[in-house]
Design a protein around this ligand. Structure first.
Ligand code: PMP
Length: 457
């Protein structure tokens, strides 16, 4: 069972880790891609925390913008005032996202963005005279957040078992995984199987009742940076259009330049979604923040029907907007999306090399600086680690000991596999990529050594 309740008096339970995981170090400070604990030990922030700190730490421009806005006014509710920071950020978002995404709704995180996207889709359907459309299809494995609406579309068996009832569990279709593809398929034919499964699910649910399909265009933690072959995206778009289903891309992790483009949707220009959710990199963790992007037409329809029935106290607050604007200005002016592409290619090539040298690296995948390394018991077999093995936590502990912070999660009791996210801040340089891979290689060599020894004893 996960336990995120910090308890300074007792053993502090670790994010997503079992109770016997190593005690976490106490953060002291951070700068660029590095973080220090209170004992003075330095770590590379190799996954940008939970793939969040896109700009790296201690960015002077963001800190200045934060200070300036907080000095002027930190909070002014949208119920009482317009604020310039909101207008400036919304304009910049529309410019970066491009045609079809002229409107931004600003929230406080990824799950909130997903909830708002679902409500936006639903209200749009109702406003268009289609109140019978309410079902939201999604993929397994996949992840869309921890709130109750998101739990219903996330496909985590443990959450579904506990929260079904208060969460409405929606129909799922398989994600087009590219590694450990089910028997009888190769990666290519599995794409068609998964696209066909989406169409069949829509038909089985009765097309007139299906509201939306949500997916991560580049996968996050749930799939370990899954990138499907191009045909998949085009087929999904075509199926959704044909059945009048709204296509939502969840770019909470993959957006804001991490894959080399502002929206990862831009990698598949013929398969543009109707709604996009973003968070994490949009504020680089300098404030809790999230965004829903939609077209002018969609939002106008809502306005004419009486307005969006949705809001939060902190929506579009001046402080978060000023921070978001400074983060995105840095992203553009320092050309960090191009750096994400360039460094991503170099990093991926280095990880592929590591795969050849280490018996436990089964797969390397992803796009730009959203990469994952899958760790397996034996790369000549299709096996995953046993659910009680905790091998991936051992990898994370060995890396932490060597000064490398890695983000991981055992997926659904090992059914889909185990991986670490390799997703450093977009400011990373080539020598720093080398430093990261060297530490990962040393950690995985220590892991291989331990496994070999335990086999002998
Ligand atoms: N969607 C995706 C794809 C995510 O990766 C996450 C967070 N990992 C969320 C939604 C939920 O975001 P948050 O944790 O900010 O609520």
């Amino acid at each position: 069972m996960r336990d995120n309740f910090g308890d300074a008096g007792g053993p502090i339970q670790v994010f997503y880790a079992p109770k016997d995981a190593a005690r976490l170090p106490m953060i002291s400070h951070a700068e660029g891609i590095y973080m220090w604990d209170t004992s003075g030990k330095r770590y590379i922030d190799a996954s940008s925390g939970p793939v969040c700190s896109n700009l790296g730490h201690g960015n002077a421009r963001v800190i200045a913008a934060m200070t300036e806005q907080a000095t002027k006014v930190a909070f002014a509710s949208r119920a009482f005032f317009e604020n310039q920071a909101n207008i400036d950020l919304s304009d910049l978002l529309a410019k970066l996202a491009g045609p079809g995404f002229e409107r931004a709704f600003l929230v406080s995180g990824g799950s909130e963005a997903v909830e708002a996207a679902l409500k936006l889709a639903r209200q749009y359907a109702v406003a268009n005279g289609q109140p019978e459309r309410w079902k939201v299809l999604s993929r397994v494995p996949g992840y869309h957040g921890g709130t109750l609406g998101a739990v219903g579309i996330t496909g985590d068996p443990q959450s579904e078992e506990i929260f079904a009832g208060i969460a409405r569990v929606m129909p799922k279709v398989p994600a087009p995984i590219t590694y450990r593809v089910p028997d009888g398929f190769d990666a290519d034919s599995y794409v068609d199987h998964c696209a066909d499964a989406l169409e069949q699910a829509i038909v089985a649910e009765q097309p007139g009742t299906v509201l939306a399909f949500i997916m991560e265009p580049v996968g996050g933690l749930a799939t370990g940076a899954l990138v499907a072959p191009e045909r998949y995206y085009n087929r999904v778009r075509e199926i959704c259009t044909r059945h009048g289903v709204i296509l939502i891309y969840d770019e909470v992790m993959s957006g804001a330049g991490r894959t080399g483009k502002f929206l990862s949707a831009a990698h598949w220009p013929d398969a543009q979604p109707d709604i996009v959710t973003m968070a994490k990199g949009i504020s680089s963790g300098y404030t809790p923040f999230g965004v829903v992007l939609a077209s002018r037409e969609m939002v106008d329809t809502l306005r004419e029907s009486g307005g969006f029935l949705h809001g939060h106290t902190y929506s579009a607050n001046p402080l978060s907007c000023a921070i978001g604007h400074a983060v995105l200005s840095e992203l553009v002016e320092r050309d960090l999306m191009a750096n994400a592409s360039r460094m991503g290619d170099i990093l991926k090539a280095r990880l592929e090399g590591l795969k050849l040298r280490n018996a436990h690296v089964g797969d390397v995948r992803g796009k730009g600086l959203l990469l994952a390394v899958e760790i397996v018991p034996d790369k000549n077999s299709d096996r995953t680690f046993a659910p009680d093995d905790h091998a991936i936590n051992r990898v994370v502990d060995l890396a932490r000991e060597r000064g490398l912070m890695l983000y991981t999660r055992r997926t659904a009791e090992g059914r889909y596999g185990d991986w670490v996210m390799i997703a450093p801040p977009l400011i990373i340089t080539e020598p720093q990529v080398g430093e990261l891979v060297d530490l990962l290689e040393q950690s995985l060599a220590a892991f291989a050594e331990e496994r070999a020894q335990s086999r002998q004893s």
